[in-house]
Design a protein around this ligand. Structure first.
Ligand code: ANZ
Length: 804
């Protein structure tokens, strides 16, 4: 009887002791870097969702080792940041201690699943040896004007006690916890990711990533091409620019709108409108951007009393302020063309502003017409379609120095300060004379000091501000300074951790360039789709910065990306609060890690979200037990190969075996694990039917199956007499010639009725088939006393005998 508890432990010990999964370094071999998104070592431990992606990468890593690659398959911990800190606060513990405990537990759980990580390369983002290089990179960014401090409107979450980045906001709320966000002006460290907008966009085209993720990144970067047009304010020296994607509609502009936050508002508002304008501004302060730009909400706004001059026809148009215009996009001002823009249309309707058609089409008494058509009421643009009119008007604007072509991005610079304790200290000192300096490189890492009170202060300062000894510094000339107390977001370490795995113990540099060249880009990266526009965008940016610094050899870090689906319980995401979490420890105890791994890969396509079935692991265990019984005879407690394993090959299993090798290899490469497993089952069914299984095929099967069920396959491999781990068994190859059927089933009819069948070598001659058909005893019975008049043979199919 196969005992998963004993066997799984045995091999896990063996692998650890023999360092079976140490990263290969044979210079003659090709390299393969297969990466998991590393976990937050939360207090909850692993749930069965984790092993889904981790098993997928493990299968590929194991196959690639067998195929003769040097494989890098590392694991580490995304240990800094809110999740750990919140857990520490809730349980009244030190985050450093909690992190350590959680890591120990996660590692224990991962090992129980039999994953083939090279633990010598384990990293933690909260380890000073690691974050030294996070801080170092920040310093390089500062030196290259890619990190700067600015008083910017930020997303403040009172509940989390910190600012969060735009990327941390989902549906207007914090992604973590779902708390409301308020706009607040705060001094922040910001990373100039916008400088890389075009490269981040262009790079996507070359990547083997799911199209939806690329599209999400494109939308997030949000490149739009249009024009910037300058409007003078009537009877004033002031002017403002608007950004428009439809400069062709300039003749239809019937009013202008400034974002309420615009500095210009105070300057141009006329005395009569002052009170109303101020009241409006106050009222919108607490609204999120999402609420403000929601298409469905009723438009609000007030008139400033001032007018702007439309540069194309000198028409005077009223200047309003309204919250649907955001200060943070474009120029924070728009020209409104209600006839051809839906939001403007609604606004104009509500406030009785003129609606002037400049493109033919639609019925503007009912709604804005946003389609293409012939321009009208537009002087020199009349008769042109939208595209041509855009070109003409931009030329005109440039000729008259009142505007130019302009490209705008939705992407904002990355808010990089967090007012929390559990993160990398930002290595900066603010001096009393106003100077800001970096902590000298040779003093890095700037270690996070131990603190007992880590509660967020609710102010723009992090709890580090209370550690006076740490905060206050004096330079050698007696100048006093204070350390920056904000910390980095947890997206900092995760933006580059995959580089450190390549050279994890390097004390002199982030990683050795030659080693990076050897391994990068990552060949396969698997993780959850929830990281589409945070981690994956930040990591690409961070990597591009390091590329420009000459630190890394590739502009793009992840060549191939795949997102695993969610494992659901009763169609819901598993979560502790819903009480529907399945703990892999329990499943492993009952059925073994191999059964769990196999079940998760067999549930369905890797990218599908599928309901967990409590009976699933039991059914894969049943299959594995069948495999064991078919290949191993352990009845006399002395496990040896079954007597049906033979050295000679009678050819009966040729076709199904070679098909299995082909399908499993291709499916593993394309990450179609469920269909690979089906094929392995087909092979076992076929093998069970025949009396003799060629040893070569049994061993080929073990090698193919080992990535899925490594413990049992190691054990069988040993039973088959191998002294070495199955990890390095040569991956089987298939012979295309054997994929075709070598024998065919021939039907025999007598006078149109089916009377028998027989196997014949494929493409046998008509004569041979006729001879064999006539010789069948059952057929002879029906021919008794009759004379064969005619025999019709359809090659490879049928022999039809006509007799009287
Ligand atoms: C006039 C116009 C006429 C516009 C028309 C559209 C249609 P995307 O594609 O998102 O870049 N806009 C510009 N800045 C804005 C801001 N800060 N807040 C809110 N809206 C703003 O859209 C750009 C368009 O959104 C711009 O083109 C502008 O309205 C508006 F028939 O200008 B348009």
């Amino acid at each position: 009887m196969y005992n998963h508890k004993v066997v799984e432990q045995k091999w896990q010990k063996y692998w650890a002791k023999n360092q079976t999964f140490k990263t290969g370094s044979d210079p003659k071999k090709k390299t393969y870097y297969v990466l998991d998104m590393f976990p937050f070592p939360s207090g909850k431990g692993l749930h069965v969702g984790h092993p889904e992606g981790y098993t997928a990468t493990d299968i590929v890593a194991r196959m690639k080792r067998s195929q003769g690659y040097n494989v890098l398959h590392p694991m580490g911990w995304d240990a800094f940041g809110l999740p750990t800190e919140q857990y520490a606060l809730q349980t009244g513990q030190d985050p450093a201690v909690v992190t350590q405990e959680n890591i120990v537990n996660f590692k224990r759980q991962l090992n129980k699943l039999g994953f083939s990580y090279d633990w010598d390369r384990e990293i933690s983002t909260a380890d000073p040896k690691f974050y030294k290089w996070t801080q170092w990179t920040f310093e390089q960014m500062y030196k290259h004007d890619l990190a700067y401090e600015a008083g910017v409107p930020v997303n403040w979450s009172p509940d989390l006690g910190t600012v969060v980045a735009n990327e941390d906001i989902v549906d207007g709320k914090t992604e973590r916890g779902g708390y409301p966000i308020y706009r607040r002006n705060m001094k922040q460290w910001v990373l100039r990711i916008t400088k890389y907008a075009d490269r981040l966009l262009a790079g996507l085209d070359k990547l083997d990533w799911p199209e939806n993720i690329k599209e999400m990144q494109r939308n997030w970067i949000g490149r739009s091409v249009g024009a910037q047009v300058t409007f003078q304010v009537k009877d004033s020296a002031e002017a403002f620019d608007v950004f428009t994607t439809r400069p062709d509609t300039l003749f239809g502009a019937s009013y202008a709108v400034l974002a309420p936050e615009s500095k210009l508002v105070a300057k141009i508002t006329t005395a009569g409108h002052q009170t109303e304008v101020e009241e409006y501004i106050k009222q919108i302060e607490s609204k999120s951007d999402l609420e403000r730009t929601d298409l469905n909400k009723t438009k609000t706004g007030v008139f400033t009393g001032a007018y702007a001059i439309n540069p194309v026809n000198n028409e005077e148009i009223p200047i309003w302020i309204a919250d649907y215009v955001l200060a943070s996009y474009g120029t924070g001002a728009v020209m409104a063309v209600p006839a051809h823009d839906t939001r403007d249309y609604e606004f104009a309707q509500k406030f009785n502003l003129p609606i002037k058609a400049v493109i033919e089409g639609g019925d503007i008494s009912q709604e804005a017409f946003t389609g293409d058509g012939c321009h009208i009421n537009s002087e020199f643009l009349n008769g042109l379609n939208v595209e041509d009119a855009k070109q003409s008007i931009v030329e005109w604007l440039e000729d008259h120095h009142v505007g130019q072509k302009k490209v705008n991005y939705k992407l904002r610079d990355w808010d990089f300060s967090r007012q929390r304790y559990w993160g990398e200290p930002i290595p900066v000192i603010h001096w009393e004379d106003g100077e800001t300096t970096l902590v000298p490189e040779d003093e890095l890492p700037l270690v996070l000091p131990h603190a007992t009170d880590i509660k967020p202060s609710g102010t723009p300062e992090s709890p580090l501000v209370n550690l006076k000894d740490w905060v206050n510094v004096v330079d050698k000339n007696g100048r006093k300074g204070k350390r920056e107390t904000n910390t980095m977001p947890n997206w900092a370490g995760s933006s580059w951790y995959f580089l450190r795995y390549i050279d994890p113990h390097n004390d002199h540099q982030l990683a050795d360039l030659d080693k990076l060249k050897q391994w990068l880009p990552v060949d396969l990266y698997i993780g959850g789709a929830e990281h589409a526009v945070r981690h994956l965008l930040y990591a690409r940016f961070w990597n591009m910065v390091l590329y420009d610094l000459g630190v890394v050899p590739n502009e793009e870090p992840f060549q191939r990306l795949y997102n695993q689906g969610l494992i659901l319980k009763n169609h819901e995401k598993m979560s502790k609060s819903k009480g529907n979490v399945v703990n892999p420890d329990d499943v492993i105890d009952d059925y073994g890690a191999d059964s769990l791994r196999m079940y998760e890969m067999f549930m369905g396509p890797l990218d599908a979200s599928i309901d967990w079935d409590d009976n699933g692991p039991a059914s894969t265990k049943k299959f594995l037990d069948r495999v064991w019984r078919l290949l191993v005879n352990d009845l006399d407690l002395k496990a040896i190969p079954q007597t049906n394993i033979v050295s000679e090959n009678d050819g009966v299993l040729d076709k199904v075996y070679h098909e299995t090798v082909k399908k499993v290899t291709e499916d593993f490469d394309s990450l179609h694990f469920n269909t690979a497993i089906s094929q392995l089952m087909v092979f076992i069914n076929a093998a069970q039917k025949v009396k003799l299984i060629p040893r070569e095929y049994a061993e080929g099967f073990i090698t193919l199956m080992a990535p899925i069920a490594p413990h049992m396959m190691e054990e069988i491999w040993q039973v088959f007499g191998h002294a070495e781990s199955v990890t390095f068994a040569k991956w089987p190859t298939y012979d295309p010639a054997k994929l075709v059927e070598s024998t065919v089933d021939i039907m025999v009819q007598v006078n149109g009725k089916l009377r028998g069948n027989f196997d014949a070598p494929k493409d046998s001659t008509q004569n041979e088939l006729q001879k064999q058909a006539l010789a069948l005893p059952h057929v002879q019975k029906f021919l008794a006393g009759k004379e064969v008049k005619k025999v019709i043979v359809v090659p490879n199919k049928i022999v039809n005998i006509v007799a009287k």
